[in-house]
Design a protein around this ligand. Structure first.
Ligand SMILES: [Zn+2]
Ligand SMILES: [Zn+2]
Ligand SMILES: [Zn+2]
Length: 284
């Protein structure tokens, strides 16, 4: 019998655009909304599960500036790997806070990113990656960077991450198709296979073939008006329709989008994500 992962949860840690919602200095209906689903921290997600050897694992997708708050909210006390979509600061500037996971776990954290993102992280976080040059011996994260080749999948604790080449305006970035490496003969009843596609304005031709047979799609939907680097509401619905996952969750939303207004109007099988949304076998 194939050993498989158990108790998998895919957690939407943050569902908001780069400024978060509420945005500073705004008293619009969404920024002052009492609905907790309109309160959006910066985008990231994590997978929490028991690996085939029986060990609990947590894999972060991106490290938003709100990582500390997100980890506390979900009582996440470990981080076995971080997988990055791209180098924008709303997806990376929580990296410093991962040092607490080093302390709790007593070891380094593996970090996976494309070349552009690794170079950028190295430049911004010199105090982490060139620790020996710090004036004082200080408490910084211990990270082991690994390069993601866009055409090569990475296997982590029983899960396979296949990079999905996406366009974020003119910037090539990565989404990920995530599935069990060895799920046996039984079809998955959980959120996998899942594709996480944040910060996308176009899906290049070579990526479409990797988006078939999804149980879950997590997709960028910024606002109603068009934007040069993100899908609008209409574009996101069109792309979701074409991809045809069993369920789509939209994220990276601005304060233009009021959850209770838009969510009921979405086509069947599509919904707005919100901070703290947990996808597991019972939510499918
Ligand atoms: Zn972003
Ligand atoms: Zn507002
Ligand atoms: Zn971005």
């Amino acid at each position: 019998m194939p050993s498989s992962i158990r108790n998998l949860e895919f957690i939407i840690l943050g569902s908001g655009t780069s400024a978060g919602v509420p945005v500073i200095g705004c008293d619009c209906a969404v920024c002052t909304s009492p609905d907790p689903r309109d309160n959006r921290t910066r985008c990231s997600a994590c997978l929490r599960f028991i690996d085939p050897k029986g060990q609990e694992r947590v894999i972060f997708i991106d490290t938003s500036p709100d990582l500390r708050q997100q980890a506390l909210r979900h009582k996440i006390n470990r981080c076995d790997a971080i997988v990055y979509t791209h180098n924008h600061v709303d997806h990376t500037f929580g990296l410093d806070d991962t040092r607490r996971f080093n302390v709790v776990m007593g070891g380094p954290i593996d970090l996976y990113a494309d070349r552009h993102t690794i170079e950028s992280l190295h430049r911004v976080y010199r105090h982490i990656f060139e620790k020996e040059k710090n004036i004082n011996d200080s408490f910084v994260a211990t990270l082991i960077p690994h390069l993601i080749e866009p055409k090569q999948s990475i296997d982590l604790f029983g899960l396979r991450f296949t990079p999905l080449e996406l366009l974020h305006g003119r910037l090539p970035i990565l989404g990920f198709r995530i599935e069990e490496i060895d799920s046996g003969d039984s079809p998955s009843d959980g959120p996998l296979p899942l594709a996480y596609c944040t910060d996308v304005s176009a899906i290049p031709p070579q990526t479409w073939s990797k988006l078939g047979g999804l149980n879950t799609l997590v997709l960028d939907m910024l606002r109603y008006r068009k934007h040069p680097t993100h899908f609008s509401v209409d574009q996101a619905i069109d792309a979701s329709d074409r991809i045809g996952a069993s369920q789509t969750w939209f994220l990276h939303m601005t304060h233009d989008i009021k959850h209770e207004e838009l969510d009921p109007q979405l086509p069947e099988g599509m919904a707005l994500a919100y901070d703290g949304l947990v996808l597991n076998s019972s939510s499918i």
